[in-house]
Design a protein around this ligand. Structure first.
Ligand code: NAD
Ligand code: TYD
Length: 349
């Protein structure tokens, strides 16, 4: 039996990774460590919470002593680290909480792993989950490869870039075995409705304006979350230590085109008159430091590990909308209270 620590497992991507590992690897015991911030939700894992190879640990990665105690108690063999503050807009209003969790929290985990694994690095792995945003922005052409220089523009991406550097530095300095993957924008079930796609699905359901930043001509490369979880599974088991893998959807969309596609799919599913959701589109003040374009060259993980996305964007988006429409209670629960306050502040201008 191997003990695997997954941090941030109650969040969007983490919950899909936890489910995949609990269901596919009965020989692993999965420890899901999460502080349950506004973004963490144990409802995401109802279907696996009774599994005999699953344990939830409520803990904060910023608590260095608590984290070391957990490493000593459970003797984790490997870590898949997803816990983070993850929303760019929140990082613009509160950079310090990003510095704290994403940098300090990551270094706490690295220290605990180094301390507990020091006599036997060979069989261990620290797998750090990161983002393509560390590379900064692309112009109209080109793709991010694993060799692209880091050039982060937002407090979020600066904090993730720093955490990547720390992971690599612990590999070089102390010999800690690590893998890093940098993924493009994810979408799918269980994403908190502060990110573009679930926010706009929720607003269409509620017939609220769809706040498109600037002129809407910003481009993102979208990947279905379960395809990301599959890539993490592959890199965890077959990836080479000390390597970085870029993961992307081969799927670039300008925000405004994506929003129009989403509107037409929602009109179809909600049986509303044609183009009625599009009338909700409202251009609002741009995000400061808004990166123009992200796009990943995922040819390394494709060639080395045989990974590629399994769904087209239309299929993934359609599944995602269906999930939100059949899980309106999930949406209702996460959009009450503190969410209303966040929404009022974020979109007041
Ligand atoms: P999320 O915000 O949905 O979830 C983050 C989880 O981390 C939550 O469950 C939260 O409770 C937990 N957490 C936050 N602070 C914590 C702390 N101090 N201690 C313990 N737990 C804490 O994020 P997500 O979108 O699922 O992203 C997961 C990871 O993947 C992040 O590291 C993010 O940078 C990375 N990533 C995200 C995307 C994306 O499109 N969402 C793309 C590439 C990489
Ligand atoms: P987001 O989902 O926040 O992801 P990221 O900033 O990490 O790429 O945003 C995706 C794109 O959508 C980004 O270009 C910003 C834009 N956007 C809007 O136009 N309006 C919104 O209300 C939000 C949240 C995002």
């Amino acid at each position: 039996m191997k003990n695997i620590l997954i941090t941030g497992g109650a969040g969007f991507i983490g919950s899909h990774v936890v489910r995949l590992f609990v269901n596919n690897y009965p020989d692993y015991h999965i420890y899901n460590l999460d502080a349950l911030t506004y973004a963490g939700n144990l409802e995401n894992l109802k279907d696996v919470e009774a599994a005999s190879n699953y344990t939830f640990l409520k803990a904060d990665i910023n608590d260095s002593e608590g984290i070391l105690n957990l490493f000593q108690k459970y003797r984790f063999d490997s870590v898949i680290h997803l816990a983070a503050e993850s929303h760019v807009d929140r990082s613009i209003t509160d950079p310090l909480s990003f510095l704290k969790t994403n940098i300090f929290g990551t270094v706490n985990l690295l220290n605990a792993a180094k301390e507990v694994w020091k006599d036997d690095f060979e069989t261990k792995l620290f797998y750090h989950i990161s983002t393509d945003e560390v590379y900064g922005t692309l112009g109209e052409t080109g793709l991010f490869t694993e060799k692209t220089s880091y050039d982060p523009n937002s407090p979020y991406s600066a904090s993730k870039a720093s955490s990547d550097h720390f992971v690599r530095a612990y590999g070089e300095t102390y010999g800690l075995p690590y893998i890093i993957s940098n993924c493009s924008n994810n979408y799918g079930p269980n994403q908190f409705p502060e990110k573009l796609i679930p926010l706009f699905i929720n607003n269409i359901i509620e017939k609220r304006p769809l706040p498109v930043y600037g002129d809407g001509n910003y481009t993102r490369d979208w990947l279905y979350v379960i395809d990301h979880a599959t890539a993490i599974d592959l890199a965890f088991h077959k990836g080479k230590k000390k390597e970085t893998y870029n993961i992307g959807g081969f799927n670039e969309w300008k925000n405004i085109d994506l929003v129009k596609l989403l509107c037409s799919l929602m009109d179809e599913k909600l049986n509303t008159p044609e183009r009625s959701s599009e009338q909700l589109i409202t251009f609002v003040k741009d995000r400061p430091g808004h990166d123009l374009r992200y796009a990943i060259d995922a040819s390394k993980i494709n060639a080395d590990l045989g990974w590629k996305p399994s769904l087209t964007f239309e299929e993934g988006l359609s599944n995602t909308i269906d999930w939100y429409l059949t899980n309106k209670n999930w949406l209702k629960n996460v959009t009450s209270g503190a969410y209303q306050e966040y929404y009022k502040n974020q979109y007041k201008k």
